[in-house]
Design a protein around this ligand. Structure first.
Ligand SMILES: Nc1ncnc2c1ncn2[C@@H]1O[C@H](COP(=O)(O)OP(=O)(O)OP(=O)(O)O)[C@@H](O)[C@H]1O
Ligand SMILES: [Mg+2]
Length: 713
């Protein structure tokens, strides 16, 4: 029940139910309660005094809507109806005795069950009704009153007013409470809603925070695991951030670097070089890539600058990524060097070959001139000078051929350790006293396939260069020999070498060292920084040629004032017995006897060979055409005891000629001379059935011995 909507709440009327079996009483109630404010009707006074005796003054005006019932049952029905219409009664005056029907107590009991708010007044003229029983049957006690007959009309008015007011107050209170409760409920649900939303938001935020934290951790670990050196630079050219690779390269903790000017970070002690200006120029808000040499980071770098723009599109920071290309640059330089050496080698080899032929002619004729000089002392001396000079020229040519890998020396398995140790013993006697020698020759299975004299040559050339570099200040010369093994990964650092085992020889000095422009040229033939007459500039070229020939590599590390270190790698070979060196008996030349067919396209050389052979006692048929030679043999295979042929000839090579001749006569001894060993070598020649193999220029002794051996076998 609400008073908001009910008529009783909105109007000033209060509904009052009066139940009494006496019509006069009902009328009296009507009179009393219908009384106009300010006065009392004469009818009421009369009625009152007829019922209760002396009249009384009415106290208060009132406006009540009265409902009268003569029976308890009717009263209960009225209450039901009032509730159904939502026009509840405020007060019910119920006579306790209403014979013959339902009495007031029972009616009150039922009314209370229907309407908990209505104020009930039990009117009784008898005192036989126990108030305690009534109180127990009609709770609550504060909504129940007794009125003893006879009553004063004023008392009724007073009761009606105060009970109606009480009823209203209670109804208002309940309505208010309900309102408050619903407000509280509303507010609570609003709060619960807001709370749920907040909880959800907090959860979402927590999730986002976690995502951000993991993304940050991911980003940082990626940033730090990048091998390239990364540095983020603010607009003021101060370092905002750097990755671990950069911090490690600088040797500083990232915390120490952040916030510092780039200038201080890259090179704190020296005035920044041109690279510094280049880097700053790259931080102009555009993308740039440039190769720079950065001494502060010890190397050559491919530097990429990428701008980081703010919301307004203005440059905020620049990300600098430096990719270390030092090794690649080094490899490129080495490759260029190798290609250059190859080209020079081919050129020098070609020249040396032709020059060797010319020298062969000079020497051959000079030897013959010496032979026919007889007692002419002056002529003999002069010719000997020619021969001495030729010998020196021959040595030089030999060096050039060694460099261009066109000399054929005997290679056999040998142990590096003992050979290096022995050579060092010889060398140490010749080195100045102000040079201290340190040796570290690790014993091991350091077998290589090489000519021992060439290994000695390598060591002597390197050591004499080292000694020369230390001649003024003195210093220490370190010679180390170790066996090393390179897998595919390690071999990457040595592009000239394939993976495998090597003997590594290191010759290091503490001399004056070399600037890069000298290092670039030291292996070039005839490149020297020494005074004329002091060096020929062939030392390192020869070393290079020998090492290359054996499938190894020679590298150098040096800087001015920091000494030099040469490293030679030679591939290891399986052990074997060192081939005994051939010895020829000292003086006497074996006398010749037999018919020799000599073939050489170069007429002068052919003539010289014929003279030499004739002077040795042979009968010679000479031809400058291989085809002609073949024809002669075909005509009569038994006409000759041996064939002497040059290898390089137009139309048909010596090897091809030999093959053809051997098909005509399989047992004929063939001797071959050659200046080149590119297309043929002693092994190949032997494979073809060629008995002897001679290097140009061919000297008399070598020719005599070779022919003697060939004819003997
Ligand atoms: N250990 C070293 N220290 C400093 N410079 C060196 C060293 N080794 C070689 N060089 C430089 O390399 C140049 C070439 O050396 P190379 O051995 O080829 O010729 P050279 O020593 O000048 O002459 P040669 O070897 O014929 O006596 C030298 O002139 C020198 O400038
Ligand atoms: Mg030298």
């Amino acid at each position: 029940m609400t008073l908001d909507n009910g008529p009783a709440a909105n109007s000033e009327y209060f509904r009052i139910l009066i139940a009494d079996d006496e019509t006069a009483i009902l009328e009296l109630f009507s009179e009393i309660l219908a009384e106009e404010p300010g006065g009392r009707s004469p009818k009421l006074s009369e009625l009152s005094s007829s019922l209760f005796g002396s009249p009384r003054e009415a106290a208060q005006p009132g406006r009540f809507e009265l409902t009268l019932a003569e029976q308890g049952g009717t009263a209960v029905a009225q209450v039901e109806r009032a509730l159904a219409e939502d026009r509840p009664f405020a007060v019910a005056f119920l006579d306790v005795r209403m014979p013959p029907g339902m009495g007031g107590v029972e009616a009150a009991e039922r009314i209370r069950a229907l309407d908990p708010m209505v104020q009930i007044v039990c009117i009784t003229a008898y005192s036989d009704v126990d108030p305690r029983e009534i109180s127990a049957r009609i709770p609550p006690p504060d909504k129940l009153l007794y009125l003893q007959k006879p009553f004063d009309p004023q008392e009724i008015i007073q009761l009606a007013w105060s009970l109606a007011a009480k009823w209203k107050a209670e109804c208002d209170y309940i309505a208010l409470r309900q309102r408050l409760e619903s407000l509280v409920e509303e507010r609570t649900s609003e709060l619960a809603c807001a709370n749920a939303k907040l909880t959800m938001e907090i959860k979402a935020r927590e999730k986002v925070a976690k995502l951000i934290a993991s993304a940050k951790a991911e980003w940082e670990s990626t940033f730090d695991s990048v091998q390239d050196l990364i540095l983020i630079l603010g607009r003021d050219h101060r370092v905002t951030r750097l990755n671990m690779s950069m911090a490690n390269r600088l040797g500083l903790s990232p915390r120490l670097v952040a916030g510092k000017p780039l200038r201080d970070v890259l090179k704190p002690d020296v005035h920044p070089g041109p690279y510094y200006r280049d880097i700053l120029e790259m931080c102009d808000g555009s993308f740039h890539t440039k190769e720079l040499s950065i001494p502060g980071l010890r190397g050559e770098f491919l530097v990429t600058a990428s701008p980081m723009l703010g919301v307004a599109g203005t440059l905020e920071q620049t990300v600098l990524v430096a990719h270390d290309v030092t090794q690649r640059k080094g490899l490129e330089a080495r490759l260029r060097q190798a290609q250059k050496m190859e080209a020079i080698g081919t050129l020098a080899g070609g020249i040396a070959h032709d020059f060797n032929n010319i020298l062969g002619i000079i020497m051959g004729f000079a030897e013959m001139a010496l032979g026919s000089a007889g007692d002419d002392q002056i002529l003999s001396r002069r010719v000997n000078h020619i021969l001495d000079a030729c010998q020196r020229a021959r040595d030089l040519i030999f060096q050039i051929l060694t460099f261009s890998r066109q000399s054929s020396e005997e290679a056999s398995p040998l142990r590096m350790g003992p050979l290096v140790a022995e050579t060092m013993k010889l060398l140490s006697a010749t080195l100045p006293k102000n040079i201290r020698i340190e040796e570290s020759i690790k014993p091991g299975e350091d077998w290589v396939r090489a000519d021992p004299t060439q290994i000695q040559q390598i060591l002597m050339n390197l050591c004499s260069n080292a000694a020369h570099a230390m001649r003024e200040q003195g210093g220490s010369l370190y010679v180390g020999l170790h066996v090393v093994e390179y897998d595919a990964h390690k071999a990457l650092a040595h592009p000239e070498l394939s993976p495998g085992a090597y003997a590594r020889l290191i010759v290091r000095d503490t001399g004056h060292g070399m600037p890069p422009e000298v290092i670039e040229r030291i292996f070039d033939p005839f490149y020297t920084t020494k005074n004329p007459g002091v060096g020929t500039g062939m030392g390192l070229s020869v070393v290079h040629g020998i090492v290359q020939k054996y499938g190894g590599a020679v590298t150098v590390e040096s800087a001015p004032g920091r000494g030099s270190a040469f490293t030679v790698h030679l591939p290891l070979a399986s052990p074997g017995s060192a081939a005994g060196r051939r010895t020829a008996d000292a003086d006497a030349l074996p006398p010749g006897q037999g018919r020799i067919l000599a073939v050489d396209d170069e007429k002068a050389l052919l003539e010289m060979t014929r003279d030499m052979l004739t002077s040795l006692g042979y009968t010679v048929t000479a031809t400058d055409s291989p085809a002609e030679a073949l024809k002669l043999i075909a005509a009569d295979p038994a006409a000759f005891d041996a064939v002497f042929t040059d290898q390089t000839m137009p139309g048909m090579t010596g090897a091809e000629l030999a093959r053809e001749i051997l098909t005509l006569r399989a047992d004929i001894p063939i001797i071959m001379s050659t200046g080149y060993s590119d297309t043929i070598n002693p092994e190949k020649a032997a494979g073809l059935g060629i008995r002897e193999y001679l290097l140009k220029p061919v000297l008399r002794r070598a020719l005599a011995e070779a022919l003697a051996r060939a004819l003997r076998s």
